[in-house]
Structures are given as structure tokens and as C-alpha cells.
Design a protein around this ligand. Structure first.
Ligand code: COS
Length: 381
């Protein structure tokens, strides 16, 4: 397949592949086993310019786009779907500022984010508000020149490691989706702390934690856009970030496939490599075809977003749905191809299956993606 990437995009993909092999691979097992945050890799990624890709040049970024972000996330995830999240989840936390920040907010926050000096996270989900994002109960009450936030966000990727969080809170509970607002919260704001740090099945090299707001003081100038725009900011953010989850899923699928291909060529049973059996060959062909189909989809959706197309919710949902279901199927099949060895933690393949699962769940479960896709169909959008 030829995806007609530019020379620069192919170079970027090669650099990400090299860094993944040279730097990420040696520390992958350790971070996965110990569940530690890969600060050693954040420095490497910052030096390589991975945090600046999608940020405009005037704020210290590279002025590239979602496609470039996807290329990097794909290649890093091909080695470790957990470590790649330091980059991908920072993009998720940064997009609201890019989408709806004013000049002052962009100048204040984007330069440090683009240099990887600080990481970001995105706070929408709450214990009682997951798929039903409009039902959030975290409240922000205006009090002079600041808001007072009370509530709790959960499952926040990069939580407790990031310094900047874009958080959605209710400013007028009587107005439903139009009664929510988005805020930039800095670590260190009075009344802001971290709650439970999660112990996870997969992506164990990524931090996931609660954000706790107890009479947290947030200056009015940290509100993004007008009051009431929070839900829209969140939806537009997810439109832009879901291709990144799809790219993470794609990388995980490709990484598992790489290992399975190598193994089936080497593993001899009944006197020949198992790759020579039709049952195995056809499995590999199906796995590879699904991976390429996901790749074609993700790159084209990322290009749509970078071209400034509107109404990308459906396309972003399709990319996330197809790529994450592919990742789950391909990694499960890869474990199957390794047989008993695939189930053992001595081999890296089971980690790919554990890492794949979350891509069907976060940034909107795949049931929600189907809902988004179907609603667009029914609206004729
Ligand atoms: N772009 C622009 N506008 C959008 C939009 C989008 N992608 N999605 C919704 N809107 C608008 C709608 O057009 C509607 O506008 P009006 O009030 O003018 O009619 C408004 O936002 C409310 O939308 P809707 O009625 O569809 O809201 P619902 O409460 O039914 O929720 C879903 C819609 C299910 C799509 C939303 O709750 C969702 O995405 N849930 C998943 C959340 C998620 O991904 N969580 C993961 C955690 S974040 S990492």
C-alpha cells in the first residue's frame, strides 16, 4: 500500500519508528510490569519534537496536523501502546485550547506544551457520567473574578503526571448540554488534588487518575470560550482526538502482527514452519488486510480534519470504531498464533492484547461511536 505521504511525513514516521525501537523497546517491559510513568521517554519525545506537531508555529509548534500526530502515535504504539499515550493524551488535553482558546490562553499554555515541558490531560468523565457526557455533576459557580469548582473527574489519562488539564463543568444545570463550560486547570490551583491512581489491565505505562475539586479556585480568564460552550468544546475535541486513538489501535495491531509474522515463520510443527499451513496463512492475510484498511481510513480521516472539513464526527467515529475493533481482533489472533507461549508473560505478545482493549472503550465506547455514526446517517449529514 502507498499512502502518498510527503517526504516530511515519511521522515517523521521513520524517526518515530527508530525512537520506538531504540528507546522505547528497552524500557517497555519495565514500565508495563511496574506501572510506572515513562518520564525517561517524555524527554526523548520532546527532543524529537513529538509534542509540537499539531501546534501552530506562532505558539512554538511545528504547524503540522492530526495526520502527523497519528503517524507518530502509530509508530510508538507499534512498540508500546502505553508509552505512546504520553504524547496522545497530551494532544487530547491540548486540543480544547487550540479549538477554543483565546490569544492570551494560547500564548500562555501552548509554548510549554509544544516543547513537552509540561503534559496535558482532559477531564470530562465522572463516576456517574461516562457515555452520557451531558450528565456531568462537577459544578463551577462564578464568584467575582473566579469560579469555584466542586466535583470529581475519573479515569483521566496522564492524570497526576500532567500539569495542565482542560476540564468540563456545569455552570447552569438547568440548561443541559448548553449549561456546561470548559476550564483550564493548572496543577497547584487551590482546591485541586488527585484522587485514586488506577491500577490497570493494559496501557500500564500510562497514568490514569481521578481529579478532585474541592472549592477549587479557577480564575475567570481560565474559562475557554463563553459560558455554556463546554459540551461543544468537548465534542469538537473528541472529533479531533478519536483518530489518535484509532492510530494507537493501529500501531498496537501492527506491532502484534509484526511479532506473529516473525513467529509463524520460525515455529516448526509437523516438520515445517507453521506459516506454511493454509489455516495460518489465511489468518495472517486477514489480519494484515484489516490493518491496512484501518490505516487507509485513519490517514484519510486525519487529512479531512487537517483540511478543515466540518462535520467530521461521523468520520472520526468510524476510524476509532474500525481501528479499535481491528486491534482487538488482530491482537487476539496474534496470541492464538503463538499458542501456549502467547498466553505467557515471558513473551511480549499478551501485552498487545491487554493494551488493545482500552481502545474500544475510551474517548467514547464503540457503542457510542455507533450511536454517533447512526445519528449522522439519520440526519443525512
Ligand atoms: N460537533 C458539534 N456539535 C455537536 C457534536 C459534534 N461532534 N456532537 C454533538 N453536538 C451538538 C449537537 O448538535 C447538539 O446541539 P443542539 O443543542 O444545538 O441541538 C448538542 O451538541 C447536544 O448533542 P446531543 O443531543 O447529540 O447530546 P447527547 O447528550 O445525546 O450526547 C453523545 C451525544 C452520546 C455523542 C455524547 O454524549 C458523547 O460523545 N458521549 C461519549 C463521551 C465520551 O467520549 N467520553 C469519553 C471520555 S472523554 S476521554
Amino acid at each position: 500500500m502507498d499512502y502518498l505521504l510527503t517526504e516530511e511525513q515519511m521522515d517523521l514516521k521513520r524517526v518515530a519508528r527508530r525512537i520506538a525501537l531504540e528507546k522505547v523497546l528497552p524500557v517497555r517491559a519495565k514500565h508495563d510490569e511496574e506501572g510506572t510513568f515513562p518520564w525517561d521517554m517524555v524527554k526523548v519525545f520532546a527532543d524529537a519534537g513529538f509534542f509540537e506537531l499539531y501546534i501552530p508555529e506562532e505558539y512554538g509548534g511545528a504547524g503540522a496536523g492530526v495526520l502527523e500526530l497519528c503517524l507518530v502515535v502509530e509508530e510508538l504504539s507499534r512498540i508500546c501502546g502505553g508509552i505512546s499515550l504520553a504524547v496522545a493524551a497530551t494532544a487530547l488535553g491540548t486540543f480544547p485550547i487550540l479549538i477554543s482558546g483565546n490569544e492570551e490562553q494560547k500564548k500562555r499554555y501552548l509554548p510549554d506544551l509544544s516543547q513537552g515541558k509540561v503534559l496535558a490531560g482532559f477531564g470530562l468523565t465522572e463516576p456517574g457520567a461516562g457515555s452520557d457526557a451531558a450528565s456531568i455533576s462537577t459544578k463551577a459557580v462564578l464568584n467575582g473574578d473566579h469560579y469555584i469548582l466542586n466535583g470529581r473527574k475519573c479515569f483521566i489519562t496522564n492524570g497526576s503526571e500532567a500539569k495542565i488539564y482542560t476540564v468540563i463543568a456545569s455552570t447552569d444545570p438547568t440548561k443541559g448540554t448548553r449549561g456546561t463550560s470548559a476550564f483550564i486547570i493548572e496543577e497547584g490551583f487551590e482546591g485541586f488534588s488527585y484522587g485514586k491512581i488506577e491500577d490497570k489491565m493494559g496501557i500500564r505505562a500510562s497514568a490514569t487518575s481521578e481529579l478532585v475539586f474541592e472549592d477549587c479556585i479557577v480564575p475567570v480568564e481560565n474559562r475557554l470560550d463563553k459560558e455554556g460552550m463546554g459540551f461543544l468544546v468537548a465534542m469538537k475535541t473528541l472529533d479531533k482526538s478519536r483518530p489518535g486513538v484509532a492510530a494507537q489501535a493501529l500501531g498496537i495491531a501492527q506491532g502484534a502482527f509484526d511479532l506473529a509474522l516473525e513467529y509463524t515463520k520460525e515455529r516448526v510443527q509437523f516438520g515445517k514452519p507453521i506459516a506454511s499451513f493454509q489455516g495460518i496463512k489465511w489468518m495472517m492475510a486477514d489480519m494484515y488486510s484489516a490493518i491496512e484498511a484501518s490505516r487507509a481510513l485513519i490517514y484519510s480521516v486525519a487529512r479531512m480534519i487537517d483540511a478543515g472539513k466540518s462535520n467530521v464526527a461521523q468520520a472520526a467515529g468510524i476510524a476509532k470504531l474500525v481501528a479499535s475493533d481491528t486491534a482487538m481482533k488482530v491482537t487476539t489472533d496474534a496470541v492464538q498464533l503463538f499458542g501456549g507461549y502467547g498466553y505467557m508473560r515471558d513473551y511480549p505478545i499478551e501485552k498487545f492484547m491487554r493494551d488493545a482493549k482500552i481502545t474500544q472503550i475510551y474517548e467514547g465506547t464503540n457503542q457510542i461511536q455507533r450511536e454517533v455514526i447512526a445519528r449522522s446517517l439519520l440526519r443525512g449529514a
